[in-house]
Design a protein. Structure first.
Length: 184
């Protein structure tokens, strides 16, 4: 079972979630346990920076994509809370949408455009809300208010990952295709 045509890969650029942040999310998410239909496996937790979509012959881009990304400073990621996602049937851990994080995304977009790599994110991808999808909620929760829970954790990423998304019978599975080091 695969979403993409032969020769294409469903890709996105994202950040992994360190154990300290996972602990904060776990602690906040336990307050929702009676409302959770299906948790997302912790090894799949990530923060998507840029969705690339179905990319044809993606391996041709990898060598240029993985060159270190030089920044004035590496942005920190600050988790703020766990609560219902913009998709009401999802539980998210939210991160602060800082100008530094937006700047990191802009640098990634600039690199992808310079490579002439087509991607689904494009220029019209709306307001960015950094988050980690933690679980799918029960249908019954659509009609009730769920309070947010604090999930405070801060971390500085040292690399960005090129993830490949695979649809399997058991659900979506992510594999790391490449790593982009962050340098100052």
């Amino acid at each position: 079972m695969n979403d993409s045509a032969p020769g294409t890969a469903r890709l996105f650029l994202g950040l992994s979630v360190p154990e300290k942040a996972k602990t904060a999310i776990r602690h906040a998410a336990k307050h929702y346990k009676e409302y959770i239909n299906q948790p997302v496996a912790e090894e799949s937790w990530h923060i998507t920076l840029l969705f690339l979509g179905n990319v044809e012959n993606h391996k041709q881009y990898v060598n240029r994509l993985i060159k270190p990304l030089s920044l004035s400073f590496v942005p920190t990621v600050s988790l703020t809370h766990v609560g219902r996602g913009f998709q009401r049937d999802q539980l998210w851990a939210y991160a602060a949408a800082t100008p530094a994080l937006s700047g990191l995304i802009a640098e990634l977009e600039k690199r992808i455009k310079a490579m002439r790599m087509q991607y689904e994110g494009g220029d019209d991808h709306g307001e960015y809300t950094p988050h980690i999808r933690v679980a799918t909620l029960l249908d019954v929760t659509r009609g009730i208010g769920l309070p947010d829970g604090a999930a405070r954790s801060t971390f500085a990423p040292s690399e960005i990952y090129l993830y490949r998304s695979h649809q399997t019978e058991a659900g979506v599975h992510y594999t790391v295709e490449a790593t982009i080091p962050l340098t100052t």
